[in-house]
Design a protein around this ligand. Structure first.
Ligand SMILES: Nc1ncnc2c1ncn2[C@@H]1O[C@H](COP(=O)(O)OP(=O)(O)OP(=O)(O)O)[C@@H](O)[C@H]1O
Ligand SMILES: [Mg+2]
Length: 267
C-alpha cells in the first residue's frame, strides 16, 4: 500500500484497545486496595547524589500502580527529572531499589538496557524529533527499531497519528508544524510501540495554554486506554483542574502525595 493511502486508516485500533481495557480499569482504579502485582513503578529508599553534598534525591519511596495518572510537581531543582532518569536507567541510584515493569533497573545488565527502555514511552519538553524526516517517518522509526514488519508499521503509524489528531499531517517535516503538533508527533512516537508506562518530563513546558491542554487531554485519553502515565509539570492550572494523584517534591524529598491533589504553593 502506498504512503498516500494511510489516511484511510482510522482509530479503530484505539477502539479495540479501549474495549480490551474495560476489564482492567476496575482493578487499576483503587491504588490503595491493589496488590503488589499492580505495581508498575516501585522506588524504595532511593537516594541519588551527583556529587558529594546535598543529594538530588533523598530516601524516596514511591509506588505507582498499573493504570494510574500521576503528576510530579515541585520547584526547580527538587529532583523531578532525576527521578525520571532513574526510572529510564539513564542514571543509577546511589542507594535504594528501583523496579520498573518488574525489572530491577539497578541490576539490569548494560546490554539489556535498550530492550528495557523500549518498554517505556518517553516525552520531553523539547520534542526531540528527527528534523530531516517527516511525521510518518519520525513515528515509523520507533517501530523499525523494534523490527516491526513493514506491513504492521503501515497499519500502526496511521492509527497512532489519528489518535493524536495528526493523520492529515503525516508528510510534514517537524519545522512545518506548530509546537503543539510537534509534541503530538513525539507522543505518537512514544506510544506506537504500546508501552505500559509513559513518562513525560515537562511535556507542555514549551507550549502555550491551548496546546498544553491539548497534550494533557491526550495524555488523559492514553491513560484511559490503560497506559500508566507519569507527568512532570510546572503547570499549576492544569494540575489543579485535572484532579489526579499529585506527588510534590522538595529538595529531593517527597513532601506530599495526594490522591486527587492540587498544586502546592512553593515558598
Ligand atoms: N548531571 C548533574 N550533575 C550534577 N548535579 C546535577 C545534575 N543534574 C541535576 N543535578 C542537580 O540535582 C538537583 C535536582 O535536579 P533535577 O534536574 O532533578 O531537578 P528538577 O526538579 O527536574 O528541576 P527543573 O524543574 O528545573 O527541571 C539539582 O540541584 C541539580 O542542580
Ligand atoms: Mg527537570
Amino acid at each position: 500500500m502506498s504512503i498516500d493511502k494511510i489516511e484511510i486508516y482510522d482509530i479503530r485500533v484505539l477502539c479495540i484497545e479501549r474495549s480490551m481495557d474495560k476489564g482492567m480499569r476496575s482493578t487499576v482504579r483503587g491504588r490503595t486496595v491493589a496488590g503488589d502485582n499492580d505495581t508498575v513503578i516501585l522506588m524504595e529508599h532511593v537516594s541519588k547524589a551527583y556529587t558529594v553534598g546535598v543529594p538530588a534525591l533523598n530516601d524516596v519511596t514511591l509506588h505507582i500502580n498499573k493504570g494510574e495518572f500521576v503528576f510530579i510537581v515541585g520547584d526547580s531543582g527538587s529532583g523531578k527529572s532525576t527521578l525520571i532518569k532513574l526510572l529510564l536507567r539513564e542514571l543509577l541510584p546511589t542507594s535504594g531499589k528501583v523496579i520498573v515493569n518488574g525489572t530491577d533497573v539497578v541490576r539490569l545488565k548494560r546490554r539489556s538496557i535498550p530492550k528495557f527502555r523500549r518498554s517505556l514511552g518517553v516525552v520531553f519538553q523539547d520534542f526531540r524529533l528527527l528534523k530531516d524526516r517527516n511525521v510518518y517517518e519520525n513515528v515509523a522509526f520507533a517501530q523499525r527499531i523494534i523490527q516491526m514488519p513493514n506491513r504492521e508499521i503501515r497499519k500502526n503509524v496511521p492509527s497512532i497519528l489519528s489518535t493524536v489528531g495528526l493523520a492529515g499531517k503525516y508528510k510534514a517535516r517537524p519545522k512545518q508544524l506548530s509546537g503543539g503538533e510537534q509534541q503530538r508527533v513525539a507522543l505518537a512516537r512514544a506510544l506506537v510501540n504500546k508501552p505500559k508506562i509513559l513518562l513525560a518530563d515537562e511535556p507542555t513546558g514549551n507550549l502555550d495554554p491551548k496546546n498544553s491542554w491539548e497534550i494533557m487531554n491526550l495524555l488523559e485519553k492514553i491513560n484511559n486506554n490503560g497506559t500508566t502515565v507519569l507527568v512532570v509539570t510546572h503547570n499549576r492550572e492544569i494540575v489543579n483542574a485535572m484532579q489526579k494523584r499529585v506527588i510534590t517534591m522538595k529538595k529531593g524529598i517527597i513532601v506530599s502525595d495526594e490522591e486527587k491533589g492540587g498544586y502546592i504553593d512553593e515558598d
